[in-house]
Design a protein. Structure first.
Length: 475
């Protein structure tokens, strides 16, 4: 575990210093972390990063070197620096489990702790959860378009730094990727690793056939050959077939070929014909080359004969999504009398108006176990049947539910600074994600014009929100 206590924006520390000077540091505050919607970019997201958040919280402390550095900035007084010497997290955190399918503007993490503590962890929380959610979401979209084919995460060399490559690989596997090319990621998280050889291997030998034979000699049980170094159909595939026949004579079965350039639909179709005619119907055709969910979808529609997809740059960097727009906003804080008061941000931009108060999120299911909506209510509200839900903006859109079930979206992570969460294995997280998928209709996952997911507020929460807005308008 690493101490990432200094992984924070400076203004978190300046605010903490100010709270201390105003004797506010021990007031209990509630913050919600959620993502904002991005029109035309994504309709849903996949939760990831919880395990790394636990590592961060468990190791929160300021070392003597940290204190010395902060002192050298000449902006903090001694009382603040002294307070940091004994810093630890003592509050509560609730969080949506990894593998959860989640939606914009729904609280995913709730932090309830002294203001001094809730302020510090904002930056790291958004960094850790936001990044892994970004990659998991992109990987999930890619895997859905692969329609059951294996997807290998190949992105570490294009990741934005070592941590992005390591934890991005982990997030991709949560989302459905079968393996990673990143050996350190595989070692750290017990993830399957995959990879064969590059064009440089072929170019290191006098000719392509010699290169293929040398590779087959070294890895006879796992021979998958890259066939596009010179000419895919005139030399690459024929040379691969020659080596495959030699392997079979020695009692080995080849794995397949990889295409990394050119018209992948045409080349895969022609290569499949050649392999089948030579008696290698069971060999795999793997494709790479700047793939993403849109290109995979197009290749599938064009009848490409590709069994295995290697996706790198556009997966590990999120490509068209860039950022999920994670935010961390105060929703309640104790007043001077110790009474928790609702707080909310009011903005001229409707999408930046937040939800007040300490809240719970329930996911509602129909009698067949399919998701109906997310229902956000105030802490302490009960779910009773029948339940009438309505659109918070177009309130005339409403429906009354009678035969339904529900569960809380989030689970307890910390209570009084103590971890109360049994960390699942990566395999258990993957199974949870698969179970989540089965409760959603496919229209929510469409690449274009996905069905709008219902996110409704309880009447008390809707009323509280609008009362606060109206009070501020009246001032």
């Amino acid at each position: 575990m690493r101490n990432l206590s200094m992984l924070t924006d400076l203004y978190e520390l300046t605010m903490m210093s100010g709270y201390l000077n105003e004797n506010m540091e021990n007031r209990i505050a509630v913050f919600d972390m959620f993502i904002r919607g991005q029109k035309g970019k994504q309709s849903y997201a996949l939760m990831a990063g919880v395990e790394q958040l636990i590592d961060y919280i468990d190791n929160l402390h300021f070392s003597s070197d940290d204190i010395a550095y902060l002192k050298s900035l000449n902006i903090f007084d001694d009382s603040f620096l002294k307070r940091l010497e004994t810093f630890k997290f003592t509050g509560d955190i609730d969080i949506a489990p990894e593998g959860s399918i989640v939606f914009p503007n729904v609280p995913l993490v709730k932090v309830k702790a002294p203001l001094f503590e809730t302020q510090l962890i904002e930056t790291a929380l958004l960094n850790i959860i936001g990044h892994q959610m970004l990659i998991a979401t992109k990987a999930h979209r890619i895997c859905l378009q692969a329609k059951g084919d294996a997807v290998m995460e190949f992105g570490v060399r294009r990741a934005q730094g070592p941590d992005a490559g390591i934890y991005g690989g982990r997030a991709a596997v949560i989302a459905g990727c079968s393996s990673t090319s990143n050996v350190l990621c595989g070692q750290m998280f017990d993830i399957a690793v995959s990879g064969t050889h590059a064009h440089s291997w072929v170019m290191s030998f006098p000719d392509e056939l010699s290169a293929f034979r040398a590779y087959a000699k070294t890895f006879p049980d796992n021979c998958l050959l890259l066939v596009d170094t010179y000419d895919t159909l005139k030399s690459g595939v024929p040379n691969a077939i020659t080596v495959f026949k030699e392997l079979r004579e020695k009692g080995y079965e080849p794995k397949g070929i990889r295409l990394d350039s050119g018209d992948l639909a045409y080349l895969s179709i022609e290569a499949r014909k050649m392999l089948d005619s030579a008696g290698f119907e069971n060999t795999l055709i793997c494709a790479s080359n700047d793939l993403d969910e849109f290109l995979i979808r197009e290749l599938k529609m064009q009848g490409a004969k590709i069994d295995l997809w290697g996706v790198g740059t556009k997966l590990i960097n999120g490509a068209d999504i860039f950022s999920l727009g994670g935010v961390y906003k105060m929703s309640a804080m104790e007043d001077e009398n110790g009474i928790l008061q609702p707080k909310m941000k009011i903005s001229d931009n409707p999408e930046k108006i937040t939800l007040p108060g300490e809240k719970e999120v329930y996911r509602l299911y129909d009698e067949k176990g399919m998701v109906i909506a997310d229902y956000i209510c105030l802490e302490g509200e009960t779910i009773e049947k029948p339940l009438t839900i309505f659109d918070p903006d177009e309130t005339w859109k409403r429906m009354t539910l009678e035969n339904f079930s529900h569960k809380k979206l989030s689970v307890p992570l910390y209570r009084d600074g103590k971890l109360v969460y049994n960390k699942p294995t990566l395999d258990e997280i993957i199974e949870y994600r698969k179970a989540e998928e089965k409760t959603f209709w496919p229209q929510y996952f469409r690449l274009h014009n996905p069905e709008r997911y219902k996110i409704d507020l309880s009447l008390p929460l809707w009323t509280l929100k609008n009362d606060i807005i109206n009070e501020h308008k009246a001032v």
